[in-house]
Design a protein around this ligand. Structure first.
Ligand SMILES: *[C@@H]1O[C@H](CO)[C@@H](O)[C@H](O)[C@H]1NC(C)=O
Ligand SMILES: *[C@@H]1O[C@H](CO)[C@@H](O)[C@H](O)[C@H]1NC(C)=O
Length: 460
C-alpha cells in the first residue's frame, strides 16, 4: 500500500493523466451509441410536441425500474441505476470516479418548463437524450473493470518492486486499451449463459450485460445469427424465475424496433411462451419483463398482433386485472393497447404509397378494437382514472380519448366514471390555476384539464 501511495504521490500528475487517457479510451468504443459520455456536455432537451397524435412509447422500458436523478444547481453524485433528465450537465469526477450532474447554469428562469415540471412530478421521460439505467450500468461496469485492472497492476507492482514511471504508464495503458468488439463480447456472454459450468448468478449477470448490447439493431442481428435469440426463447420456460425474467428482458431489448428479430422470435415460439408466463402464476418481476418483451414484439408488427389475438392474448392481458398484486402492470397494459390502436389509426390516416399497401392490408386483419369492446376493456381502462398518479392518469386519459369512439355508450351509462371525471376536473382546475400563477401558461396540468374537459364534453 505505502509503496503504491508513494508512487501516486510522486507521480500524481502522470497517473491522473493516464487515468484521463484511459477513461476516455474506454469510452471511445461506447461513444457511437452513447455520445453523452463526453466529460462535460449539455444535453439538448427534446421537447416533443404533444399533439395527442404521438403514441405513448414506453421506450425500452421499464420506467418503474428507473430511479430519477433530480439535478440542482450544485454538482451531485449520480448513483448507480439513476436516470439523469435531459438538459443536465454531466461530468466525471476523476478523483472519485463518480459521475456527477447538475442543472445548467443561468437557467433558473427556464427551469419551470413543462418538461421540468413533468419531471418533478415523477414522470420519467426516458428519451434518447437522457441517460438510461443501462448506459449508467455500463459505465459503472467499465469503472469496476478499470478498478480491477488497477488492483491487478498494483499487485504486480508490489511484486516487481520499483519500476520507472514510464513503464508503469505503459502497463496502465495496456490494461485499459485492450478493447473487445461488441461481437466478441456477445459471444463470450452467450457462452457464459449457455455453459452448464456457470452458476445461476453468472448466468443472470451474462443476461444483464447482454441486454445492454442487443439494444443496438446490428448487435441484435448478430445475436440472432449466434443463436442467442433462441437461447433466450428457451430461457422463457426455464424453471428458474430469475432466468425467465432476464431472458425476457434481453428478448424485449432485442425485439425493440427490429423487424428481423421480431420475425425470428415469433417463428421461434416466443409469443406463446410470453403469453404462458403472463397467464400463469409467476412473480411480478417475471411478468413485468414478459409484458415488456410482448410489447416489443407487438409494436409495429401487425402479423404478431394477429397471432396475439388468435392465441387469446387480449384475454390473457385482461386476466392481469383480476390477479392480485399485478397493479403496477395495469398502466403498462393500457399503454400497450393505446399504442396498438393508435399505430393502426395513424397508418390508415397517413398518405401512403404502394409499398405501404401491404402493411395496411396486414393491419386490416388486426381486429383489435372489436375484441377490446367485446371484452369490456372500456371500463377496465376508465377505472384506472381513479389512480392517484398524474402520470398514470395522463396515459389513461389519452386511452379513454381514443376509446371514446367505440365506448361512448358504455361510458355514458357509467355513473362512477362521471363522478371520477368531475373530481379530476376540480383537482386539475386548481392545479392549473396554481401553475398559471407561477407563470406557466401552457402547463402540464392545463393539458390534463383539457383532456378531462374534452372527455366530459363528448359524454354530454
Ligand atoms: C449451447 O450449448 C449447447 C450444449 O453445449 C450447444 O449444443 C449449443 O450450440 C449452445 N448454443 C449456443 C447458441 O451457443
Ligand atoms: C421449454 O420448452 C421447450 C420447447 O417447447 C422444451 O423443449 C423444453 O424442454 C422446455 N424446458 C423446460 C425447462 O420446461
Amino acid at each position: 500500500m505505502s509503496h503504491w501511495a508513494s508512487i501516486l504521490s510522486t507521480a500524481a500528475k502522470v497517473n491522473l493523466l493516464v487515468l484521463v487517457v484511459s477513461a476516455v479510451f474506454s469510452w471511445s468504443s461506447l461513444s457511437d451509441r452513447v455520445p453523452e459520455f463526453a466529460l462535460t456536455k449539455i444535453e439538448e432537451s427534446d421537447i416533443k410536441d404533444d399533439s395527442g397524435k404521438e403514441p405513448i412509447t414506453e421506450d425500452d422500458a421499464d420506467p418503474e425500474d428507473l430511479e430519477v436523478f433530480y439535478p440542482t444547481h450544485q454538482w451531485q453524485t449520480i448513483r448507480p441505476g439513476q436516470a439523469v433528465p435531459a438538459g443536465s450537465h454531466v461530468r466525471l469526477n476523476l478523483q472519485t470516479g463518480d459521475r456527477e450532474a447538475k442543472l445548467p447554469d443561468g437557467e433558473n428562469g427556464k427551469s419551470d418548463t413543462r418538461e421540468e415540471r413533468r419531471k418533478r412530478l415523477g414522470k420519467v421521460d426516458v428519451d434518447s437524450n437522457a441517460f438510461t439505467s443501462q448506459e449508467l450500468k455500463k459505465v459503472l461496469a467499465k469503472m469496476k473493470e478499470s478498478e480491477k485492472a488497477e488492483r491487478k497492476a498494483h499487485e504486480e507492482e508490489v511484486r516487481k518492486k520499483f519500476r520507472p514511471i514510464e513503464q508503469l504508464k505503459e502497463e496502465f495503458e495496456k490494461l485499459n486499451v485492450k478493447m473487445e468488439t461488441d461481437y466478441e463480447i456477445m459471444v463470450k456472454l452467450i457462452g457464459k449463459f449457455n455453459s452448464s459450468a456457470s452458476t445461476l448468478d453468472e448466468k443472470v449477470a451474462a443476461l444483464y450485460d447482454l441486454e445492454y448490447y442487443v439494444h443496438q439493431v446490428d448487435n441484435a442481428k448478430d445475436f440472432l445469427s449466434m443463436g442467442g435469440l433462441q437461447l433466450m426463447i428457451n430461457g422463457l420456460n426455464s424453471t428458474k424465475a430469475v432466468l425467465k425474467e432476464h431472458a425476457a428482458f434481453v428478448l424485449g431489448a432485442a425485439l425493440s424496433s427490429n423487424p428481423k428479430v421480431q420475425i425470428e422470435a415469433i417463428e421461434g415460439g416466443a409469443l406463446q411462451k410470453l403469453l404462458v408466463i403472463l397467464a400463469t402464476e409467476q412473480p411480478l418481476a417475471v411478468k413485468k419483463k414478459a409484458l415488456f418483451a410482448l410489447s416489443s414484439m407487438l409494436r409495429h408488427f401487425p402479423y404478431a398482433q394477429q397471432q396475439f389475438l388468435k392465441l387469446g392474448g387480449l384475454q390473457v392481458l385482461r386476466s392481469l386485472f383480476r390477479q392480485k398484486g399485478m397493479e403496477t402492470l395495469h398502466v403498462r397494459v393500457v399503454t400497450l393497447l393505446y399504442d396498438l390502436i393508435v399505430e393502426k389509426m395513424l397508418l390508415e390516416d397517413s398518405q401512403h404509397g404502394d409499398q405501404m399497401e401491404e402493411k395496411i392490408q396486414q393491419y386490416r386483419q388486426v381486429k383489435l378494437v372489436p375484441a377490446v369492446v367485446e371484452q369490456d376493456w372500456c371500463v377496465v381502462v376508465s377505472n384506472l382514472l381513479a389512480m392517484p398518479e398524474h402520470d398514470t392518469r395522463e396515459k389513461v386519459l389519452k386511452t379513454v380519448g381514443v376509446l371514446m369512439a367505440f365506448c361512448k355508450e358504455r361510458y355514458r351509462g357509467d355513473q362512477a366514471l362521471s363522478t371520477t371525471l368531475s373530481l379530476l376536473r376540480s383537482e386539475y382546475e386548481e392545479l392549473a390555476a396554481e401553475e398559471q400563477r407561477e407563470g406557466d401558461k401552457d402547463g402540464y396540468f392545463k393539458e390534463l384539464l383539457g383532456s378531462v374537459n374534452t372527455i366530459i364534453q363528448e359524454l354530454r
